[in-house]
Write a new protein. Structure first.
Length: 267
């Protein structure tokens, strides 16, 4: 497999870094035993092969036509369906019955992949850029605590599985990766509350009253209106980066109530 990879020119535009560690592939695949699985970004198939050995079924999606041709010639299993397409253009019906995503995710598509799983409440075992995972896992009060930390914790249970150093990929990326398991909590968070949380975390080290005032354009309100709106609120003096995700969710609901009983802020 490594010989095949070194004979293939990776696309920098598509963010291609191919996993060459059979150990990591087997570790990821172990979570797929007996399950119907989707793999986003099959690459040259090292993870695909490991999945097919243990999963009930595998849908492996690869956008790059060159890679897809390699996959067709190298990976063949009765429980495998290969698809040559942009993953995010595919109809959700294709993944009906899938229980789990196992994927070495292109770094630039990490947030989009997490959102895809959240919308479908699907479990994932993902290899992601290590710093991205660190932000997901960050606790309130940490400099790494961000919008990603809040949304990840509200929507998923998170479990660290293993480090994946850059030496386990070809071409070797400049950063290390980490394998993480994300299990959906089944909580649906509406777009309006997500918007409020995002505005607060943009100014996470300011007091909430000032963070909201600085977000007046995003709220379609004057700063004076915002000051009146949260006057006397217990949370007004708190700083978002010190507030737990569940509490931020409650604050976002109260802010929405105050700006018009659930009226939508402009995005």
């Amino acid at each position: 497999m490594l010989k095949s990879i070194k004979g293939f020119k990776a696309s920098r535009r598509m963010g291609q870094n191919f996993l060459v560690s059979g150990e990591i592939a087997r570790l990821e695949a172990a979570y797929a035993a007996g399950k119907n699985v989707v793999e986003f970004g099959a690459g040259l198939g090292i993870l695909t092969e490991a999945l097919c050995r243990v999963a009930k079924s595998v849908i492996a999606v690869e956008k790059d036509r060159r890679l897809f041709s390699v996959l067709e010639g190298k990976v063949s299993h009765q429980n495998l369906r290969l698809v040559n397409a942009d993953f995010f253009d595919l109809d959700s019906d294709m993944f009906s019955g899938c229980e789990l995503m196992v994927s070495n995710v292109p770094y630039s598509l990490s947030s989009r992949t997490i959102s895809w799983l959240a919308e479908r409440r699907m479990e994932g075992v993902l290899c992601l850029q290590k710093d991205f995972v660190v932000h997901m896992l960050a606790r309130p009060g940490s400099d790494k605590y961000s919008r990603l930390s809040v949304m990840a914790k509200l929507q998923f249970e998170l479990e660290e599985i293993a480090n994946a150093p850059s030496t386990m990929f070809y071409p070797k990326p400049k950063v290390d990766s980490m394998v993480v398991r994300i299990i959906p909590k089944g909580k649906q968070i509406d777009a309006e509350r997500i918007h409020i949380i995002s505005l607060l975390m943009e100014h996470k080290k300011k007091r909430i009253k000032n963070a909201l005032a600085d977000s007046s354009k995003g709220l379609a309100l004057e700063k004076s209106e915002i000051s009146r709106m949260i006057a006397g609120k217990k949370y007004a003096e708190l700083r978002p980066f010190q507030v737990a995700p569940e509490e931020l969710l409650l604050i976002s609901a109260d802010v929405l109530k105050e700006i018009g009983k659930g009226a939508h802020p402009n995005e």
